[in-house]
Write a protein that binds this ligand. Structure first.
Ligand code: HEM
Length: 232
């Protein structure tokens, strides 16, 4: 019964919240002239923002941001290759996932640990952090941790051959829980935490990933010059 909930019910709840939430956030104004209107409010209401912290602890944002963004990009394409490879029995694609995922995962975990450290140890960054900043980081550490634990500590890989067809079934509206029910616990937890994370995603600053084609990228700059520079 729990398998049915987590691997049939939860994926559909996640898909609904993920896409529905992003569309709602993107088109329902909350502040400024967009309040109450149903239009593309993304840049207008200024809630579509990452609440940039680069202003403080400048030296440490570089490694954190670079590693976590490149890491997640590699992980995204590695997962995609792995699931397609798993669904169509393409061993080299699954192998690619294994090694690219390992490299990307380590890079990502390193970057995300830095990002969490900045929020804990730099007083200004700590002061401007909201609970969702920490919740996102903890989610990602847990998800990447389970993924890497399974592949690099337990040395078990190849779940893609079950996960690929299982994901295919979800999208074809013919979910088959038996494909994933036998996966190791660490991998099931990896997937469950990832699904919960994606359901939560639209209600956080992470919506910045979908800035394009909204006006966010063409809005006027928010000036973040240092006071010294302003006096010149
Ligand atoms: C619902 C979304 C996700 C699903 C279904 C999923 C599924 C999987 C599966 C099945 C594996 C093992 C592959 C195998 O044994 O063949 C894996 C590995 C991994 N996943 Fe995910 N994953 C998801 C999201 C994420 C996210 C968001 C992250 C990043 C935080 C992530 C990071 C990793 C890492 C680091 C590995 C180990 C890769 C390696 O060592 O090669 N996953 N994932």
């Amino acid at each position: 019964m729990w398998d049915n909930f987590f691997f049939i019910g939860l994926p559909y709840i996640t898909i609904t919240l993920f896409f529905g939430g992003i569309i709602y956030r993107g088109f329902s104004g909350m502040m400024s002239g967009h309040r109450g209107k149903w239009d593309s409010s993304v840049r207008g209401d200024y809630l579509w923002t990452t609440r940039s912290t680069g202003f403080f602890g400048r030296a440490s944002i570089g490694p954190a941001s670079l590693c976590l963004h490149w890491g997640i990009l590699v992980l995204f394409f590695a997962h995609l290759a792995g699931f397609i490879g798993g669904a169509y029995n393409l061993a080299s694609w699954v192998d690619f996932f294994r090694w690219a995922g390992l490299g990307g995962g380590i890079l990502f975990l390193f970057g995300i640990a830095w990002a969490l450290g900045r929020r804990i140890f730099i007083p200004q960054v700590k002061a401007m952090s909201t609970p969702d900043d920490y919740i996102i980081l903890l989610f990602l550490i847990i998800i990447a941790g389970f993924g890497l634990y399974q592949s690099a500590v337990e040395m078990v890989f190849g779940i893609s051959y079950s996960a690929g067809p299982w994901i295919g079934g979800i999208f074809k509206l013919q979910p088959d829980v038996s494909m994933i029910a036998g996966a190791p616990l660490a991998n099931k937890l990896h997937i469950i935490f990832a699904l919960l994370f994606f359901a939560y995603f639209p209600f956080t600053k992470l919506v910045h990933v979908f800035s394009y084609p909204f006006g966010y990228i063409t809005r006027p700059f928010i000036s973040m010059r240092r006071y010294v520079a302003l006096k010149k």
